[in-house]
Write a protein of this length. Structure first.
Length: 279
């Protein structure tokens, strides 16, 4: 069974300057808080060890998600594209755009299209000007992505902004209603507003969820899994949020959650392939 990890940030290039690697104690604190063992390949920043861990977990492909933020670091789109070029059998690339500046965002989206990256990641709550998902200053960016048939990944869950209101599912709902042809992935799955974001996903068929590091060991696990086994089986994405979570323990736990065979195939790879138009 193929496994595509929809949120994997490898220890190379611009990622090493981002907060998840540059401030190792912060990453380790989250890993321990979530009840996972520390991640060896992240600690020693080894790509070779990462590939061994991916093989042990039977993860065939990692989706490398770039970002442009004021507080968590920035990974240039060119870096994401180069990682994919260096390891074409291992990674798929998602670029990013600057949520705080429309003209810069437009130029970065054009760059994403030129580089052949599969989607655009936005982190509006941690941009230079923190914004919620339905901020009207973001609407030209959404419109450009919608016109280009380019999916948007938006961080709306966990520490997505200065306070929990930046995770507000109502903001996601309003934005999705205004852009019904835009496919949107909510990374971190809207946690902790699990019931509410699932309600949005029930009524908005252009919303995908990737709960990633917030799927296990926290309130909401049962609700996410029920949705994955039911109405959301074609719009929920498997992701580990590596380097926060170790790969094999995460995969082993997920495979033991009694999802149907059909739901497993969709969540582990089929939904990502459809969303990103992979062959």
């Amino acid at each position: 069974m193929q496994i595509i990890d929809f949120r994997l940030r490898p220890p190379t290039r611009g990622f090493l300057k981002s907060k998840i690697y540059a401030v190792a104690e912060n990453r380790k604190r989250y890993t321990e808080k979530l009840g996972w063992p520390l991640v060896d390949s992240a600690d020693v920043q080894s790509m070779d060890l990462l590939f061994t861990e991916m093989d042990d977990a039977k993860i065939t492909t990692g989706v490398v998600v770039g970002r442009t933020t004021a507080t968590l670091g920035a990974i240039p789109n060119a870096d994401v594209a180069q990682i994919v070029a260096d390891y074409p059998d291992r990674f798929i690339g998602i670029g990013s755009a600057d949520s705080s500046d429309r003209k810069t965002a437009f130029a970065m989206i054009d760059e994403i299209l030129r580089l052949g990256l599969k989607a655009v990641n936005l982190d509006p709550g941690v941009s230079a000007v923190p914004m919620r998902a339905d901020d009207r200053r973001l609407y030209p960016i959404y419109a450009k992505c919608e016109d280009a048939n380019l999916p948007v990944v938006i961080m709306a869950g966990g520490g997505a902004g200065p306070d929990l209101s930046y995770n507000d599912p109502m903001a996601i709902d309003r934005m999705l209603g205004d852009f019904p042809a835009l496919k949107v992935v909510c990374s971190h799955g809207g946690w902790p507003y699990v019931q509410e974001i699932l309600g949005v996903a029930f009524r908005r068929e252009n919303l995908y969820l990737c709960p990633d590091m917030y799927l296990r060991g926290l309130p909401g696990t049962a609700e996410y899994l029920t949705a994955a086994n039911g109405f959301l089986s074609e719009r929920i994405l498997f992701g580990t949020a590596y380097p926060f979570c170790p790969l094999k323990p995460y995969v082993d736990w997920f495979l033991a959650q009694h999802l149907s065979e059909t739901s497993l195939q969709r969540v582990l790879s089929g939904n990502a392939r459809t969303l990103l138009s992979l062959q």
